[in-house]
Design a protein around this ligand. Sequence first.
Ligand code: GLN
Length: 487
Amino acid sequence: MNLNNATITELHKLLTDKAISATELTQHFLSRIAENDSEINSFITITPEVAIEEAKAADLVLAKGQHTMLTGIPMAHKDIFCIEDIRTTAGSKMLANFIAPYTSTCIEKLRHAGTVTLGKTNMDEFAMGSSNESSYFGPVHNPWDKTKVPGGSSGGSAASLAACLCVASTGTDTGGSIRQPASMCGLTGLKPTYGRISRWGMIAFASSLDQAGCFTRTAEDAAILLEHMAGHDSKDSTSLNLAVPEFTAALSEPLAGLKVGICSDYFKEGLEPEVENLVMDGIKELAKMGAEVVEIELPHTKFSLSAYYVIAPAECSANLSRYDGVRYGYRCKDPENLEDLYKRSRSEGFGSEVKKRIMVGAFALSAGYYDAYYRKAQQLRRLIKNDFVSAFEQVDVIVGPTAPGTAFPLGAKTNDPVSMYLQDIYTIAASLAGVPAISIPVGLSKGMPVGLQLIGNYLEEAKLLRVAHQFQQQTNWHQQQPQSNLL
Ligand code: GLN
């Protein structure tokens, strides 16, 4: 078996059959990173010593037969998750030298389950972006075509998996940052229900939207990971206090009788025709598998981008006020006084996209404008949420495109913020409502991957994963590989 693109399930079998050790598997991926990442730039920090130590521990656990499905599985983590004693930068100069003093709950749980930490992946600065070009550590290149972006903000996590530099990776999704890069890199990308996975130790961008999730090769692997990442955490007040379902248990139930909603607003101008055709073919495939396709309306979805670009900057302006040059993070040289320290540390430490958002957010929250912008945006958010509540009275899942096009050339949209923001036109509504969604590969357009988005009702990740898994049993789009992997 080719280890490069093997799934968690396949590698688990090799590990428990003793066909390979966790240490050998880890060495394999560390060498792949060393050989291939200079052209992709998907890692900010590689942690070989930590990885080998964890792999050796995993081998002992495997020898004793006390393993989980994840024991010895090498993973890459978005550099937004704090891991004790490892540099955690959030893709920013502000935190370029920040060594985290504790480990985020989500990563702690994955490590507890026996995963191996290969390193921390590149990302848009503080997760603001859709192309992974706003990182202080340089842009990430899409393994499918290195002149193109991988999507963002979790572009490093997506690219590292697409280039077979890890077996699975973590990401965060505030408005689309797992689903859109998954779509552009030909991967399965899951954003669970808001609150399903603890945000503790995950560097905050917009706290009412931020949600951890994962990139995998298959929906089955995503189900395995979610079982270990999810769960209540008293350290995060928005973490859901609910038992974690066995997401893998229902995967094989057939789709007969399932109602799939399509919304005509998702197929209007702005969607590349080839992407539309592939998404339509994907929907036909679901129908062939027994699902009933039903037209639904989401009348307020068209306001989601506008609402998001008030709410997310507002929350970011509050969250990022902690970077003041005093406590931790970047500090300017030779400040003249306290004000100069604040001003220069923040001006020099943050990049332009982050500064723009802090200014927009502070403006939207200011006394004179709060009602005109922030309150209105929150009202729209409620209407967008209500649309989903009524839609899910009629259907089980909503299906449509993940992104309006395939990966675009590096630099193509850096001076066109509106076109960049439109990348998330199909993903943001689910983030505002807090419902779960997944992107799965649905074909190639001019050699580049296209994603199909499935949105589910609150807490119905199991249903989403089941539809995605069944789809992957009938199609092989998720097994397509970038040419460069085969060289
Ligand atoms: N592209 C969106 C933004 O820049 C979403 C980012 C995200 O989900 N982290 O805000």
